[in-house]
Every structure is written in C-alpha cells, then in structure tokens.
Design a protein around this ligand. Structure first.
Ligand code: DQA
Length: 147
C-alpha cells in the first residue's frame, strides 16, 4: 500500500507557524512517528507553496498510489484547479486539516475540494494525518462499505 501525503502553502512552517493553532512540531519531526504507526504502508511526503506544483505532484502519483492525503492549506478555500485535479485522478483523496476549520474564521468553512474527496478529517492536530491513513486503509478491508 502506497500513500502520498501532500501539504500545501505555509505548511513547511509547521512548528513555528502559529503554534497555538498548528502545534510545536515540524512535519519532518512528525513523519517518522507516522511511518512507525503504519509500518506496512509506504508513506511518501511532498510539500509545496505553489498551486501548480501541488497539481503536478497529484497527477504524478494519482494513478499509481493507493491514496492521497491532502492538506491543501489555504488553497482548500479557493482552488477550483485542485478540485478538478482530484476528480481527474484514479486514486482516492482525503482532505485533511490540522485545525478545526469550522471553528475559525467564516472563510475557512468553505472548501472548494471537499466534494471531490472521499472524506474530510479536521481538528485533530497532526493526528488528522494518521486518521486519514486509517480511513484509506479501512476502505480496503473486505467488509468496507465504501458508499
Ligand atoms: C489548514 C487550515 C487552512 O484554513 C489554513 O489556510 C492552513 C492550514 C489546517 O491544516 O488547519 O494553511 O489547512
């Protein structure tokens, strides 16, 4: 099983960026912990601040990976291009947020990508990524109802 994690703009600053909202850990520090949690899953990681680069990466992996865990950052709320990209891929995509976007500013309540994703996880800090992987794995279980 191969899962691609993709982080969008400003998520390279995790650990120093608004730590009261996003926590004190960088993603690089968290990644080994996540990989240890899922030893049988090949977890790849990519981050970019550039919308087109996120799309390029999704197109690169979206026909071979078993799933994509996408935190599109602020592009979540604006990007029709990411929405269209998700729809064009063969693999399922989970929308992830570290913070509970529904508890914050009004503009964060709107997601341009949610309707193209198989599910959404938000508000569990970095555990949101782990829960998204658990969701993708559960879909592959024989008893799964993927409705
Ligand atoms: C975020 C929430 C977005 O609204 C924000 O623009 C981010 C991070 C989150 O993980 O909570 O950059 O996606």
């Amino acid at each position: 099983m191969k899962i691609q994690i993709i982080n969008g703009p400003n998520l390279n600053l995790l650990g120093t960026r608004e730590p009261d909202i996003y926590g004190n850990s960088s993603f690089d520090a968290f990644l080994p912990e996540l990989r240890a949690q899922y030893p049988d899953v090949e977890i790849e990681y990519y981050q970019s601040n550039i919308e087109g680069e996120l799309i390029d990466r999704m197109q690169e992996v979206g026909f071979t990976a078993d799933g994509i865990v996408l935190n599109a950052g602020a592009y979540t709320h604006t990007s029709i291009a990411l929405h269209d990209c998700i729809l064009s891929l063969a693999c399922p995509v989970v929308e992830v947020h570290i913070s509970n976007v529904h508890k914050r500013e009004e503009f964060r309540r709107k997601s341009m990508i949610a309707s193209a994703c198989i599910g959404i996880i938000a508000g569990f800090g970095l555990h949101s990524y782990s829960l998204a992987i658990a969701g993708l794995l559960a879909r592959n279980e024989p008893s799964a109802d993927n409705g």
